[in-house]
Design a protein around this ligand. Sequence first.
Ligand SMILES: CC(C)(COP(=O)(O)OP(=O)(O)OC[C@H]1O[C@@H](n2cnc3c(N)ncnc32)[C@H](O)[C@@H]1OP(=O)(O)O)[C@@H](O)C(=O)NCCC(=O)NCCS
Length: 187
Amino acid sequence: MPSGAAYKSGPRWRSRGLGSPTTSKATPEIARRSTEGLEGAVLEVELRDVTYDNWEECIALRVSEAQQRMVAPNVYSLAQAKVQPECVPLAIYAGDTMVGFLMYALDRDDGNWWIYRLMIDERYQGRGYGRAALEKAIDRIRKEPGCTKIIVSLKPDNTVARTLYRSVGFVETGQQIGGEDVLCLSW
Ligand SMILES: CC(C)(COP(=O)(O)OP(=O)(O)OC[C@H]1O[C@@H](n2cnc3c(N)ncnc32)[C@H](O)[C@@H]1OP(=O)(O)O)[C@@H](O)C(=O)NCCC(=O)NCCS
């Protein structure tokens, strides 16, 4: 039982008494790139490491205000990855544009592979990038040693993410952790 495993994909800061995440609208210029080339056809999605060259772009990605309680800010996730080396943070690219972020890990509490985070910047949502990134992530996580299932937890009212996860094969486990519904993909 992954005690303390709550909010694996959500805003863990709340229960840690860390207060609200920064919701500053000030977004560094670096992320405000032209979306030219992203209109129309959906570009090939690629998962790339977060590095010295792109981490600022990563922390500048934003979901909508209404979605902010669904997922921790990327800066929080990168900080978590620093102190929890089992976390694998990945930037989601469509062509050369970073459109989102995801993070997975072999959970130290329950020994399962989890998708802790998945977000697409609000400017790029609804274009198929979330689904494409999730499918790539699943392909990658499946190849991790000993991986026979992938777990995710979601806010009960996160209908969009629930629909997405269910559509790629995740099923409800009936379990709740930290107020979040747990879904599992196994094979
Ligand atoms: C969930 C999220 C990653 C989806 O990314 P996205 O790029 O917008 O999603 P896609 O365009 O690939 O759509 C994937 C599926 O999501 C669902 N979906 C997307 N937008 C939707 C909307 N506005 N209403 C209902 N369902 C929607 C659909 O099932 C869609 O599949 P379909 O187009 O084949 O019907 C994105 O909405 C997001 O970042 N949300 C905030 C963070 C979050 O909730 N993360 C999950 C918990 S960690």
